[in-house]
Design a binder for this molecule. Sequence first.
Ligand code: KG4
Ligand code: ZN
Length: 334
Amino acid sequence: MLILGIETSCDETSAALVADGTILSNVIASQIDLHARFGGVVPEVASRKHVEAIGYVTREAIDSAGKTLPEIEAIAVTSRHGLIGSLIVGVSAAKSLAYALKVPLVGIHHIEGHIFANILSHPEMPLPHVCLTVSGGHTMLVYVKDVCQYEVMGNTLDDAAGEAFDKVAKFLGLSFPGGPVIEKLSVQGNKSAFALPRPLGRSRSFDFSFSGLKTAVVNMFKDKDRETLPLPDIAASFQEAVVDVLVSKTLQAARHKGVPAVSVTGGVSINRRLRESFSDACHREGLRVFFPQLDLCTDNAAMVAAAGAARLKYGDVSGLDLNAVPSAPLESAK
Ligand code: KG4
Ligand code: ZN
């Protein structure tokens, strides 16, 4: 089945064509440069930019796949969890196309998209497994029992891990998004230079909390001269604290469920220290670990199309009354 995916939940306008697990195109127009000057995503600016981009991004996804509009057999769109103004643009485009082409439409939860980024990258990934989605907007642990069958085990209670990277970077006077800059600085830094907390690290719950860690960094350095801050050591110590918590909670969840594998996905899963630490820890525990190919870690429409294809197999079709919903639980297919 040839399926068109559309993703506009935050600051990436993306459209992709996926056929039976093969990505034919995955066009992403990123707005990062536009938001960088504000030090974070400005929702109103994001939605206006999606309106400008959605037409040509969709056209390019179809053209570069060597396909035509009438060949599209279904449309999947991120309809829940994200910035409302941004979501509305993608949902409206998807509904119009589904109506015009008379093809089924399916609304996808953004986290389910991220889960499918890994399934798309590694079709051999075992089920059940435990999936950590770690991005700018989410830090969520999900027990993936089967295809589209989920049990949410834990969530962030405050800031998401990527958000903490972005806020700490902003405090240190670094550019947005903070994750890649902090990772780059960390390479020359000492990860044990500063003793930072591991929030909820010892707790038995599977929830996360990163706002206290961010505040710990701020309190440690707010009275110091910004010009002389040991940035690589701060970056490395902060990154290590985030990575430690993510790895230990995910492995705790995997042990609890007795799964043979874990999957890590979302923008922060690009981070090399995170990948290395997960790989070492999983190796020690005899678990397999999977990360998406790099271009599927951050927001993209191929993962949405893949999730849509799986949902359609369950007969999960949305009506033309599909709405954009900014906050919604991750639900299993029926
Ligand atoms: O998945 P994504 O594109 O958007 C959301 O759904 O939020 O993730 C963006 C987040 C940002 O917070 C960014 O700082 C973080 O992913 N990120 C990284 C790295 N690359 C991107 N965090 C740590 N290390 C990286 N290399
Ligand atoms: Zn995302």
